[in-house]
Design a protein around this ligand. Structure first.
Ligand code: FES
Length: 572
């Protein structure tokens, strides 16, 4: 039976508090009897400044219809909305703020359950983190991916093709006019980026965790099934309230294993590693990077989706989406886990089939795109707490590589030098970008796909080993090592790399080593000084003082449950 979560505001007199609240419920047109029904919050992040969330109006209305059909009272409320392209310096700096907003508004308001509507990269993890901490019955909906872009007969995808054509333009192979025409076609409809970038990956993660109704992750924003899903979510949240099924019943250790498996099976974004770690952390579940590596090694990569494959969310949706992938890799999943349907994953998957006409999109288990290694975790003296790479989005020839480091001290330093024809750099060098981690930048921007130096681009070079302590967009590609932890700004050994050093990377062996002797490193360590970028006030100061490192999910230390805070005390 439903718990009564409708605590009243405290005016120091309980009777008066109830009396006052009733007056304002009546102000909204609700009778006393209405107010006894389940009140369902609809967390709407529609915003004109978040382009991926501009179409949420009809989705919210559909949720409301569903809630009313099932006898609940829908109450829509806003929270912070983060759009990738219009938020500076980077949305990652505000993910935790959005998570706090979501948690506190769910907890502070008279809600028995909540439907969360997100979509753009940081919104889905922020909402799941907030819901995990608030721990009242919750269902996640994402707004759906965009339709495919098209230019001169070629399918375009935001933002893999944003990056691809920008690189071609820099190399001189695409004209300014062509680039402008492509720019027009890159984001053609409502919805989030339509390759398997961070937004699509986090939608898949939501479904794999059991927090989204089956089928929701792949449905496009423009597909009427998105409204059907929303209406169904409105009905189902009332049932979850009745049964008192909360996120901590659903997001268990087994569910996180399933989510990791699904990230690997769809070739998902490296950002999902950070977000999933943070969501798990809210529930007191520690997800070490090694768990991603272990499960990644033998999870077949079967969804042929860009940036690591060929197709986009439209084709993925036609092929059956995340639930079809889960059906295909069912033997790798814990199917006894509870989901927001009120049923187990096994029950949800009972009638699911993969369309035979779309086997080129979701490949059979016996014929995967790759046997495993969706995301690999590297460690070594340069990254004692780990770094990640997406081997299948990298150049196979570079996965074992030794080269001379060419170091940029910051993004500003890189911007100044990378197009300089006099930059001392060769194709087999390793580009290193420092001071771009959670505290260093701050906010860990998506600058990890370092631009290939212009002079090398003109020579035809399209990929190099690039290493940084920042992130890259899930839509990006290349031989790119990210999330080096601890980051350089806090004095991690990555701070000690200098131009001219030799770095050895061996992805198969999971190694990342700086070949400089310990005496020299000790000398450099003595001269280490953190960057002078400390904020004096406000949210940025709070962020810099409390953000955890990438391997710990970049949440704020004080938002973790005490059990995990104690366990992590010994770490940076
Ligand atoms: Fe929102 Fe890409 S900009 S998902």
């Amino acid at each position: 039976m439903a718990k009564d979560r409708k605590q009243t505001a405290s005016y120091g007199d309980e009777g008066f508090s109830v009396f006052l609240r009733q007056a304002f419920a009546r102000h909204m047109g609700h009778t006393k009897k209405d107010w006894e029904k389940p009140t369902i919050g609809i967390c709407n992040t529609q915003s004109e400044v978040n382009r991926c969330h501009t179409h949420f109006g009809p989705i919210v209305e559909a949720v409301k219809r569903g809630v009313l059909m099932e006898g609940g009272i829908p109450l829509e409320f806003p929270t912070i909305s983060l759009g990738e392209s219009f938020t500076s310096p980077t949305t990652m700096m505000f993910r935790n703020l959005a998570a706090m907003d979501t948690e506190e508004m769910i907890s502070a308001q008279p809600l028995d359950g909540v439907v969360l509507i997100g979509g753009c990269d940081k919104m889905t993890p922020a909402q799941l983190m907030g819901a995990a901490s608030a721990d009242i019955p919750s269902i996640m909906i994402t707004g759906g991916g965009m339709d495919n872009g098209e230019y001169e007969g070629k399918t375009l995808g935001a933002c893999s093709d944003c990056r691809f054509f920008w690189q071609e333009y820099r190399s001189g192979s695409v004209s300014e006019e062509e680039l402008d025409n492509i720019n027009q076609a890159l984001a053609p409809s409502a919805g989030h980026c339509m390759v398997m970038g961070s937004a699509s990956t986090m939608a898949v993660v939501s479904e794999a965790l059991g927090m989204m109704l089956p089928g929701g992750a792949a449905t496009l924003a423009t597909d009427n099934r998105k409204l059907a899903e929303a209406q169904e979510a409105g009905k189902q949240i009332v049932n979850l309230v009745e049964k008192d099924i909360v996120p901590s019943d659903i997001m268990t250790e087994k569910a996180f294993d399933n989510a990791i498996r699904m990230i690997m099976a769809v070739g998902g974004s490296t950002n999902a590693v950070i977000h999933l770690t943070a969501i798990a952390g809210r529930l007191g579940i520690k997800l070490p990077l090694s768990r991603f590596d272990t499960l990644g090694q033998d999870t077949p990569f079967i969804a042929n989706l860009r940036p690591a494959g060929e197709y986009q969310m439209k084709e993925f949706s036609h092929a059956g989406g995340a639930r079809a992938v889960m059906k295909e890799i069912e033997t790798y999943l814990h199917t006894d886990v509870l989901t927001v349907t009120g049923q187990s994953l096994k029950e949800n998957l009972a009638d699911v089939t993969v369309s035979p006409n779309y086997r080129h999109v979701i490949r059979p288990l016996a014929d995967p795109l790759h046997e495993g290694d969706g995301i690999a975790v590297l460690t070594g003296n340069i990254a004692p707490n780990g770094a990640v790479i997406k081997p299948k989005a990298a150049s196979a020839a570079l996965l074992k590589h030794e080269g001379r480091a060419v170091v940029f001290e910051s993004t500003a330093d890189m911007e100044q030098k990378v197009n300089d024809p006099d930059l001392d750099v060769e194709a087999d060098d390793i580009l290193v970008l420092k001071n771009t981690g959670p505290r260093g930048a701050p906010g860990m921007p998506e600058a990890g796909m370092l631009p290939i130096p212009k002079k090398l681009l003109e020579q035809g070079v399209r990929d190099m080993v690039r290493i940084s302590d920042c992130r890259m967009s899930g839509t990006a590609f290349g031989t790119i090592v990210l999330h080096v932890s601890p980051e350089s700004a806090v004095g991690g050994p990555f701070a000690l790399v200098e131009t001219g050093d030799t770095i050895r990377m061996d992805v198969q062996a999971r190694e990342l080593e700086l070949l400089v002797d310990e005496t020299e490193l000790a000398r450099r360590r003595e001269h280490f000084a953190p960057p002078e970028n400390g904020a004096e006030r406000g949210y940025k100061k709070l962020f810099q003082e409390h953000v955890l490192q990438a391997d710990q999910g970049c949440d704020f230390d004080f938002l973790m449950p005490p059990s995990l805070r104690l366990a992590d005390k010994t770490k940076d």
